[in-house]
Design a binder for this molecule. Structure first.
Ligand code: UD1
Ligand code: MG
Length: 432
């Protein structure tokens, strides 16, 4: 199967309706660029995946090369031949059968493409029915055969009412593309070469085209920020449903955001409002309400409510309480219950981090590390001025500012001015 199909992904457009300086296909859904999903699904079906680029070509190629090294990029001459038909002009598929996908369909799944792949017809195109077909090309159907696709901007008033829309996915025999692509013209409202015009040309040559009905959930086109948000909702529902099916507990899942790169193992529980992003692994842990975890590893721990694990945090057998921020730190067997900043640190088993403890990791120029050994009691409101190593079995008194670069095992570390009590001061001060 993989050998006999080429897939062309059209990703060269500007995406002006996004009202953004960034190419449309690089806008992200659940943490990854829209185009990523399209390519990822296509590679499950074909080893000849061709991505057509033009607008912000270098950015698009760079972004995708981070994920894939087995796709071909072709550049569209978008200046002289704009439009989805123009995009096909320089494409040379290796196989006789070609699936063409618009790149602005981030919800597509390989399984949902089987109808296109199984069919042997010369031309297949897909439709779905919409209450509000706004923005899509309308599909004129007679006796269950497609007559033509009319782009919204070219529609007569009557045609605007058609609710069957072109999903933007087609399968062709390559001979059809070779025959009709050179014949496309740009005599239309947008002065573009429309790939969709092939359908009418083929029909006029007596090729019968039955519409393949597909589900909007997989083929929704993203043209605007609103479309992007709607697609995000569907993607999130998909990601969360899959993890719940795998045993992850979620309270009020509609309030939870999980990116597509996040992995769960074992028994995990997520409370409402949790956000988990990037390359995060959560294993056998409880993430409490409104916590944020980015690019981190959390094992056998409880986090939050309202905690923030920033990238490169590695937290194991640990309790992180409310208003604790952790960044680029490894905590193993630690309790940090309240209101702390732990950055660029390594903290070992049995250590208690009191409320308000801060690792002062930055001197305005460079970042420095804090290493805290086993069984250290760090009193509340301690500042650890990095670089600093606190050895095992140390007691740091509340309110201390630790400026020694090494605190020796077994000591009490204390840095406070001695407290005074001045008799009669209150009455004198407030003149009572
Ligand atoms: C297109 C279809 C429309 C369909 C809709 C489905 C055409 C003419 N229209 O409209 O019938 O209902 O998709 O979502 O095909 N692109 C290029 N080069 C270009 C222009 C576009 O590669 O010169 C790429 C874009 O990056 C995008 C895709 O083609 O991924 C579709 O382009 P877009 O402008 O979004 O077309 P629609 O107006 O959505
Ligand atoms: Mg589109």
């Amino acid at each position: 199967m993989k050998k006999s199909l080429s897939i062309v992904i059209l990703a060269a457009g500007k995406g002006s309706r996004m009202k953004s300086s960034k190419a449309k296909v690089l806008h992200k859904i659940s943490g990854k660029e829209m185009l990523y999903y399209n390519i990822n699904e296509s590679l499950k079906l074909s080893d000849d995946v061709i991505v057509v680029v033009a607008h912000q070509k270098d950015d698009v190629i760079d972004a995708m090369s981070k994920y894939f090294n087995n796709i071909t990029f072709v550049t569209q001459d978008a200046l002289n031949y704009p439009g989805t038909g123009g995009a096909m002009m320089g494409v040379k598929p290796k196989n006789d059968r070609v699936l063409v996908l618009n790149a602005d369909m981030p919800l597509v799944k390989a399984e949902a493409l089987s109808g296109f792949i199984d069919s042997k017809k010369q031309v297949i195109m897909s439709i779905f029915e919409l209450e509000n077909p706004n923005g899509y090309g309308r599909v004129v159907i007679k006796d269950n055969l497609v007559q033509e696709i009319v782009e919204q901007k070219d529609c007569k008033d009557e045609q605007l009412k058609i609710q069957s829309v072109n999903a933007g996915i087609y399968a062709f025999d390559n001979s059809i593309l070779e025959k009709y692509i050179p014949l496309l013209s740009n005599e239309n409202a947008q002065k573009e070469y429309y790939l969709t015009d092939i359908i009418k040309m083929a029909k006029d040559d007596n090729i019968e085209i039955e519409p393949l009905k597909v589900d909007e959930e997989y083929f929704k086109g993203v043209n605007s920020k609103k479309d992007l948000a709607d697609a995000e909702l569907i993607m999130q529902d998909r990601i969360k449903s899959e993890w719940m099916a795998m045993g992850v507990s979620m309270q009020l899942p509609n309030t939870i955001y999980i990116e597509s790169s996040v992995v769960f193992e074992g028994e995990c529980e997520l409370e409402n409002g949790v956000r988990i992003t990037g390359d995060t692994l959560i294993k056998d842990s409880h993430i409490k309400a409104h916590s944020i975890i980015e690019d981190s590893i959390v094992k056998n721990s409880d986090i939050g409510p309202l905690a923030h694990l920033r990238p490169a945090s590695n937290v194991e057998d640990t309790h992180i309480g409310n208003f604790v921020e952790v960044k680029k730190s490894s905590l193993k067997g630690v309790k940090a219950g309240h209101l702390s900043y732990l950055g660029d640190s390594i903290i070992n088993e049995g250590t208690n981090i009191g409320a308000g403890v801060i690792t002062c990791n930055y001197d305005g120029v460079k970042k420095y590390q804090t290493i805290i050994g086993k069984n250290v009691f760090v009193g509340s409101d301690t500042q650890l001025v990095a670089p600093v190593i606190v050895e095992d079995n140390v007691l740091i008194a509340a309110g201390s500012t630790i400026t020694d670069q090494k605190v020796k095992s077994g000591v009490l570390a204390i840095s406070r001015t001695k407290m005074k009590q001045i008799d009669g001061f209150f009455a004198k001060f407030f003149k009572k």
